[in-house]
Design a protein around this ligand. Structure first.
Ligand code: NDP
Length: 315
Protein backbone atom coordinates (compact mmCIF):
# COMPACT_ATOMS: atom_id res chain seq x y z
CA UNK A 1 0.00 0.00 0.00
CA UNK A 2 0.91 3.68 -0.30
CA UNK A 3 2.44 5.33 2.75
CA UNK A 4 0.61 8.27 4.32
CA UNK A 5 2.61 11.27 5.47
CA UNK A 6 1.20 14.23 7.38
CA UNK A 7 3.14 17.44 6.65
CA UNK A 8 2.38 20.62 8.58
CA UNK A 9 2.77 23.88 6.69
CA UNK A 10 2.63 22.15 3.33
CA UNK A 11 1.09 25.21 1.67
CA UNK A 12 4.46 26.77 0.78
CA UNK A 13 8.25 26.50 0.81
CA UNK A 14 9.86 23.35 2.14
CA UNK A 15 6.58 21.69 3.15
CA UNK A 16 5.09 22.07 -0.32
CA UNK A 17 8.28 20.96 -2.08
CA UNK A 18 8.39 17.86 0.14
CA UNK A 19 4.70 17.08 -0.46
CA UNK A 20 5.31 17.34 -4.20
CA UNK A 21 8.46 15.18 -4.11
CA UNK A 22 6.64 12.45 -2.14
CA UNK A 23 3.48 12.59 -4.25
CA UNK A 24 5.51 12.28 -7.46
CA UNK A 25 6.94 8.94 -6.39
CA UNK A 26 3.42 7.48 -6.53
CA UNK A 27 4.18 5.71 -3.26
CA UNK A 28 2.85 8.36 -0.88
CA UNK A 29 -0.40 10.05 -0.01
CA UNK A 30 0.21 13.40 1.67
CA UNK A 31 -2.05 14.92 4.30
CA UNK A 32 -1.36 18.63 3.97
CA UNK A 33 -1.95 20.08 7.46
CA UNK A 34 -2.49 23.76 6.76
CA UNK A 35 -4.06 26.82 8.32
CA UNK A 36 -5.33 28.18 4.98
CA UNK A 37 -7.33 25.47 3.21
CA UNK A 38 -7.75 27.30 -0.08
CA UNK A 39 -4.11 28.39 -0.27
CA UNK A 40 -3.00 24.81 0.33
CA UNK A 41 -5.24 23.29 -2.36
CA UNK A 42 -4.23 25.95 -4.86
CA UNK A 43 -0.55 25.46 -4.03
CA UNK A 44 -0.83 21.70 -4.55
CA UNK A 45 -2.57 22.24 -7.86
CA UNK A 46 -0.04 24.84 -9.02
CA UNK A 47 2.77 22.46 -8.07
CA UNK A 48 1.21 19.91 -10.42
CA UNK A 49 0.30 17.41 -7.69
CA UNK A 50 -2.22 14.78 -8.75
CA UNK A 51 -5.52 15.38 -6.96
CA UNK A 52 -5.56 11.81 -5.64
CA UNK A 53 -2.12 12.20 -4.09
CA UNK A 54 -3.09 14.57 -1.27
CA UNK A 55 -5.80 15.59 1.20
CA UNK A 56 -5.86 19.02 2.79
CA UNK A 57 -6.89 19.05 6.47
CA UNK A 58 -7.18 22.30 8.38
CA UNK A 59 -4.63 22.86 11.14
CA UNK A 60 -3.80 26.12 12.88
CA UNK A 61 -0.86 25.48 15.15
CA UNK A 62 -1.52 28.80 16.88
CA UNK A 63 -4.50 27.18 18.64
CA UNK A 64 -4.34 24.05 20.78
CA UNK A 65 -8.05 23.46 20.13
CA UNK A 66 -7.32 23.41 16.41
CA UNK A 67 -4.54 20.86 16.99
CA UNK A 68 -6.93 18.58 18.90
CA UNK A 69 -9.61 18.99 16.24
CA UNK A 70 -7.08 18.20 13.51
CA UNK A 71 -6.20 14.92 15.22
CA UNK A 72 -9.90 14.00 15.36
CA UNK A 73 -10.39 14.91 11.69
CA UNK A 74 -7.40 12.83 10.62
CA UNK A 75 -8.73 9.83 12.54
CA UNK A 76 -12.05 10.20 10.74
CA UNK A 77 -10.29 9.88 7.39
CA UNK A 78 -9.49 6.31 8.38
CA UNK A 79 -6.12 6.45 6.72
CA UNK A 80 -3.08 5.08 8.49
CA UNK A 81 -0.60 7.60 9.92
CA UNK A 82 2.82 6.35 8.83
CA UNK A 83 4.96 9.48 8.96
CA UNK A 84 4.43 12.86 10.62
CA UNK A 85 6.52 15.87 9.56
CA UNK A 86 6.46 18.92 11.85
CA UNK A 87 7.56 21.54 9.32
CA UNK A 88 5.41 24.68 9.70
CA UNK A 89 7.03 27.73 11.27
CA UNK A 90 6.69 31.44 11.78
CA UNK A 91 9.62 33.82 11.89
CA UNK A 92 9.12 37.42 13.01
CA UNK A 93 12.56 39.03 12.95
CA UNK A 94 11.34 42.61 12.74
CA UNK A 95 8.49 42.44 15.29
CA UNK A 96 8.88 45.10 17.96
CA UNK A 97 6.26 43.56 20.21
CA UNK A 98 5.35 39.91 20.73
CA UNK A 99 2.14 38.51 19.30
CA UNK A 100 0.30 35.63 20.89
CA UNK A 101 -1.44 32.37 20.01
CA UNK A 102 -5.07 31.65 20.96
CA UNK A 103 -3.79 30.12 24.17
CA UNK A 104 -1.66 33.16 24.99
CA UNK A 105 1.82 31.86 24.13
CA UNK A 106 4.34 34.01 22.29
CA UNK A 107 3.70 33.23 18.60
CA UNK A 108 7.01 31.75 17.35
CA UNK A 109 7.49 29.33 20.23
CA UNK A 110 3.72 28.76 20.44
CA UNK A 111 3.45 27.67 16.79
CA UNK A 112 6.88 26.19 16.06
CA UNK A 113 7.28 24.31 19.33
CA UNK A 114 4.16 24.05 21.53
CA UNK A 115 1.61 23.44 18.74
CA UNK A 116 3.87 20.76 17.25
CA UNK A 117 4.61 19.30 20.67
CA UNK A 118 0.91 18.65 21.28
CA UNK A 119 0.39 17.41 17.72
CA UNK A 120 3.30 14.97 17.91
CA UNK A 121 2.27 13.67 21.32
CA UNK A 122 -1.30 13.10 20.16
CA UNK A 123 -0.28 11.36 16.94
CA UNK A 124 2.27 9.05 18.54
CA UNK A 125 -0.38 6.39 19.26
CA UNK A 126 -1.57 6.61 15.64
CA UNK A 127 2.00 6.11 14.41
CA UNK A 128 2.38 3.23 16.79
CA UNK A 129 -0.69 1.45 15.48
CA UNK A 130 0.32 1.79 11.81
CA UNK A 131 1.62 -1.39 10.20
CA UNK A 132 3.97 0.51 7.88
CA UNK A 133 7.50 -0.97 7.91
CA UNK A 134 9.24 2.32 8.78
CA UNK A 135 7.25 4.80 10.85
CA UNK A 136 8.80 8.19 11.40
CA UNK A 137 8.26 11.42 13.31
CA UNK A 138 10.35 14.23 11.84
CA UNK A 139 10.76 17.70 13.31
CA UNK A 140 12.43 20.27 11.07
CA UNK A 141 15.32 21.92 12.91
CA UNK A 142 17.67 24.66 11.82
CA UNK A 143 21.28 25.66 11.82
CA UNK A 144 20.29 29.02 13.29
CA UNK A 145 19.37 27.40 16.59
CA UNK A 146 22.63 25.53 16.61
CA UNK A 147 25.38 27.66 18.16
CA UNK A 148 28.21 25.31 17.15
CA UNK A 149 27.93 26.68 13.61
CA UNK A 150 28.84 29.99 12.02
CA UNK A 151 25.20 30.79 11.17
CA UNK A 152 24.15 29.86 14.69
CA UNK A 153 26.53 32.48 16.06
CA UNK A 154 24.97 35.46 14.33
CA UNK A 155 23.40 37.51 17.13
CA UNK A 156 20.92 37.26 18.76
CA UNK A 157 21.96 33.71 19.63
CA UNK A 158 19.55 31.01 20.74
CA UNK A 159 19.57 30.51 24.50
CA UNK A 160 16.85 28.90 26.56
CA UNK A 161 18.51 29.80 29.86
CA UNK A 162 16.80 28.02 32.75
CA UNK A 163 13.43 28.07 30.91
CA UNK A 164 11.91 30.42 33.45
CA UNK A 165 9.89 32.39 30.90
CA UNK A 166 8.44 29.19 29.45
CA UNK A 167 7.61 27.89 32.92
CA UNK A 168 5.84 31.21 33.53
CA UNK A 169 3.56 30.54 30.53
CA UNK A 170 5.40 32.64 27.91
CA UNK A 171 2.55 35.11 27.94
CA UNK A 172 4.23 38.35 28.84
CA UNK A 173 1.52 39.01 31.41
CA UNK A 174 3.51 39.58 34.55
CA UNK A 175 6.18 37.38 33.01
CA UNK A 176 8.22 37.20 29.86
CA UNK A 177 7.34 36.28 26.28
CA UNK A 178 10.80 34.71 25.94
CA UNK A 179 11.78 31.21 27.07
CA UNK A 180 14.80 32.49 29.01
CA UNK A 181 12.73 35.20 30.71
CA UNK A 182 14.47 38.04 28.82
CA UNK A 183 13.29 40.98 26.71
CA UNK A 184 11.28 40.12 23.58
CA UNK A 185 13.35 39.59 20.43
CA UNK A 186 11.55 38.04 17.47
CA UNK A 187 14.66 36.63 15.77
CA UNK A 188 15.82 35.03 19.01
CA UNK A 189 12.35 33.62 19.73
CA UNK A 190 12.50 31.79 16.37
CA UNK A 191 15.97 30.39 17.08
CA UNK A 192 14.91 29.33 20.57
CA UNK A 193 11.89 27.56 19.08
CA UNK A 194 14.20 25.64 16.72
CA UNK A 195 16.37 24.54 19.67
CA UNK A 196 13.12 23.30 21.28
CA UNK A 197 12.34 21.35 18.09
CA UNK A 198 15.72 19.62 18.18
CA UNK A 199 15.53 18.91 21.92
CA UNK A 200 11.99 17.54 21.54
CA UNK A 201 13.06 15.12 18.81
CA UNK A 202 15.80 13.73 21.07
CA UNK A 203 13.52 13.44 24.09
CA UNK A 204 10.98 11.56 21.97
CA UNK A 205 13.78 9.23 20.92
CA UNK A 206 14.86 8.58 24.51
CA UNK A 207 11.34 8.03 25.79
CA UNK A 208 9.67 6.21 22.93
CA UNK A 209 11.98 4.78 20.30
CA UNK A 210 12.48 1.37 21.89
CA UNK A 211 8.90 1.02 22.99
CA UNK A 212 7.27 2.08 19.72
CA UNK A 213 9.85 1.37 17.01
CA UNK A 214 9.14 4.84 15.60
CA UNK A 215 12.16 6.65 14.11
CA UNK A 216 12.54 10.17 15.50
CA UNK A 217 14.66 12.55 13.44
CA UNK A 218 15.44 16.21 12.85
CA UNK A 219 17.30 17.90 10.03
CA UNK A 220 18.77 21.05 8.62
CA UNK A 221 17.86 21.02 4.92
CA UNK A 222 20.19 23.92 3.97
CA UNK A 223 19.43 27.61 3.60
CA UNK A 224 16.32 27.89 1.44
CA UNK A 225 16.68 31.65 1.12
CA UNK A 226 13.69 32.08 -1.20
CA UNK A 227 10.83 30.77 0.99
CA UNK A 228 8.06 32.73 2.65
CA UNK A 229 9.83 32.35 5.97
CA UNK A 230 11.54 35.67 5.31
CA UNK A 231 8.32 37.44 4.33
CA UNK A 232 8.38 39.64 7.42
CA UNK A 233 11.97 40.74 6.93
CA UNK A 234 12.88 44.21 5.63
CA UNK A 235 12.86 44.48 1.80
CA UNK A 236 16.62 45.04 1.50
CA UNK A 237 17.25 41.82 3.42
CA UNK A 238 14.87 39.91 1.17
CA UNK A 239 16.67 41.26 -1.89
CA UNK A 240 20.21 40.49 -0.73
CA UNK A 241 19.75 37.31 1.31
CA UNK A 242 19.37 34.79 -1.59
CA UNK A 243 22.49 35.96 -3.54
CA UNK A 244 24.43 36.24 -0.26
CA UNK A 245 23.61 32.62 0.55
CA UNK A 246 24.28 31.52 -3.03
CA UNK A 247 27.62 33.16 -3.63
CA UNK A 248 29.13 34.04 -0.25
CA UNK A 249 28.19 31.40 2.31
CA UNK A 250 27.35 28.82 -0.41
CA UNK A 251 24.76 27.39 1.97
CA UNK A 252 21.90 28.07 -0.46
CA UNK A 253 19.63 25.28 -1.62
CA UNK A 254 16.59 25.52 -3.88
CA UNK A 255 13.16 24.69 -2.52
CA UNK A 256 13.13 21.67 -4.83
CA UNK A 257 16.44 20.33 -3.54
CA UNK A 258 15.45 20.95 0.10
CA UNK A 259 12.15 19.14 -0.56
CA UNK A 260 14.09 16.16 -1.92
CA UNK A 261 16.21 16.14 1.22
CA UNK A 262 13.26 16.16 3.58
CA UNK A 263 11.49 13.53 1.49
CA UNK A 264 14.58 11.31 1.93
CA UNK A 265 14.22 11.64 5.69
CA UNK A 266 10.55 10.63 5.25
CA UNK A 267 11.07 7.63 2.99
CA UNK A 268 14.66 6.63 2.26
CA UNK A 269 15.29 3.07 3.49
CA UNK A 270 18.82 4.06 4.57
CA UNK A 271 17.69 6.90 6.86
CA UNK A 272 15.93 4.84 9.51
CA UNK A 273 18.24 5.62 12.42
CA UNK A 274 16.44 7.31 15.31
CA UNK A 275 17.67 10.26 17.36
CA UNK A 276 19.61 11.74 14.42
CA UNK A 277 19.94 15.33 13.17
CA UNK A 278 20.54 15.01 9.42
CA UNK A 279 22.45 17.45 7.26
CA UNK A 280 23.78 17.35 3.70
CA UNK A 281 27.25 18.09 2.35
CA UNK A 282 28.10 20.04 -0.80
CA UNK A 283 27.47 16.98 -2.96
CA UNK A 284 23.99 16.61 -1.46
CA UNK A 285 24.93 13.47 0.47
CA UNK A 286 23.29 13.10 3.86
CA UNK A 287 25.29 12.72 7.06
CA UNK A 288 24.58 12.61 10.81
CA UNK A 289 25.39 16.05 12.11
CA UNK A 290 26.40 17.17 15.61
CA UNK A 291 24.12 19.45 17.58
CA UNK A 292 25.33 22.34 19.70
CA UNK A 293 25.81 21.83 23.43
CA UNK A 294 22.48 23.39 24.31
CA UNK A 295 20.56 21.58 21.54
CA UNK A 296 21.87 18.23 22.83
CA UNK A 297 21.53 18.89 26.57
CA UNK A 298 19.53 15.89 27.89
CA UNK A 299 18.59 17.60 31.18
CA UNK A 300 17.27 20.60 29.33
CA UNK A 301 15.34 18.35 26.94
CA UNK A 302 13.64 16.64 29.90
CA UNK A 303 12.81 19.92 31.58
CA UNK A 304 11.49 21.37 28.32
CA UNK A 305 9.33 18.28 27.82
CA UNK A 306 7.83 18.50 31.32
CA UNK A 307 7.05 22.23 31.15
CA UNK A 308 5.63 21.88 27.62
CA UNK A 309 3.36 19.03 28.78
CA UNK A 310 1.88 21.31 31.40
CA UNK A 311 1.40 24.21 29.00
CA UNK A 312 -0.44 22.16 26.38
CA UNK A 313 -2.61 20.41 28.97
CA UNK A 314 -1.07 16.93 28.85
CA UNK A 315 0.10 16.89 32.46
P1 NDP B 1 7.50 29.08 4.70
O1 NDP B 1 7.16 30.35 5.38
O2 NDP B 1 7.52 29.03 3.21
O3 NDP B 1 6.56 27.93 5.19
C1 NDP B 1 6.07 27.89 6.50
C2 NDP B 1 4.76 27.17 6.51
O4 NDP B 1 4.26 27.16 7.85
C3 NDP B 1 3.69 27.81 5.63
O5 NDP B 1 3.01 26.78 4.95
C4 NDP B 1 2.77 28.48 6.65
O6 NDP B 1 1.42 28.54 6.26
C5 NDP B 1 2.90 27.49 7.80
N1 NDP B 1 2.41 28.06 9.06
C6 NDP B 1 2.78 29.21 9.67
N2 NDP B 1 2.05 29.42 10.76
C7 NDP B 1 1.19 28.37 10.87
C8 NDP B 1 0.16 28.03 11.78
N3 NDP B 1 -0.17 28.82 12.81
N4 NDP B 1 -0.53 26.88 11.58
C9 NDP B 1 -0.26 26.09 10.53
N5 NDP B 1 0.71 26.37 9.62
C10 NDP B 1 1.41 27.50 9.79
O7 NDP B 1 8.94 28.69 5.29
P2 NDP B 1 9.96 27.48 5.01
O8 NDP B 1 9.41 26.54 4.01
O9 NDP B 1 11.27 28.07 4.81
O10 NDP B 1 9.98 26.79 6.45
C11 NDP B 1 9.66 25.44 6.66
C12 NDP B 1 10.54 24.88 7.76
O11 NDP B 1 11.89 24.91 7.38
C13 NDP B 1 10.45 25.65 9.08
O12 NDP B 1 10.39 24.71 10.14
C14 NDP B 1 11.75 26.42 9.12
O13 NDP B 1 12.15 26.66 10.44
C15 NDP B 1 12.66 25.42 8.44
N6 NDP B 1 13.90 25.95 7.90
C16 NDP B 1 13.87 26.88 6.89
C17 NDP B 1 15.07 27.35 6.40
C18 NDP B 1 15.13 28.35 5.30
O14 NDP B 1 16.21 28.76 4.96
N7 NDP B 1 14.01 28.79 4.76
C19 NDP B 1 16.34 26.86 6.92
C20 NDP B 1 16.22 25.88 7.95
C21 NDP B 1 15.04 25.46 8.40
P3 NDP B 1 0.87 29.69 5.24
O15 NDP B 1 1.20 29.19 3.88
O16 NDP B 1 -0.60 29.69 5.53
O17 NDP B 1 1.56 30.97 5.59
Amino acid sequence: RKGTAIITGASSGLGLATAKALAETGKWHVIMACRDFLKASRAAKAAGMDKDSFTVVHLDLASLDSVRQFVKNVRQLEMPVDVVVCNAAVYQPTAKEPSYTADGFEMSVGVNHLGHFLLARELLSDLQSSDYPSKRLIIVGSITGNTNTLAGNVPPKANLGDLRGLAGGLNGIGGSAMIDGGEFDGAKAYKDSKVCNMLTMQEFHRRYHEETGVTFASLYPGCIATTGLFREHIPLFRLLFPPFQKYITKGYVSEEEAGKRLSQVVSDPSLTKSGVYWSWNKNSASFENQLSEEASDADKAKKLWEISEKLVGLA
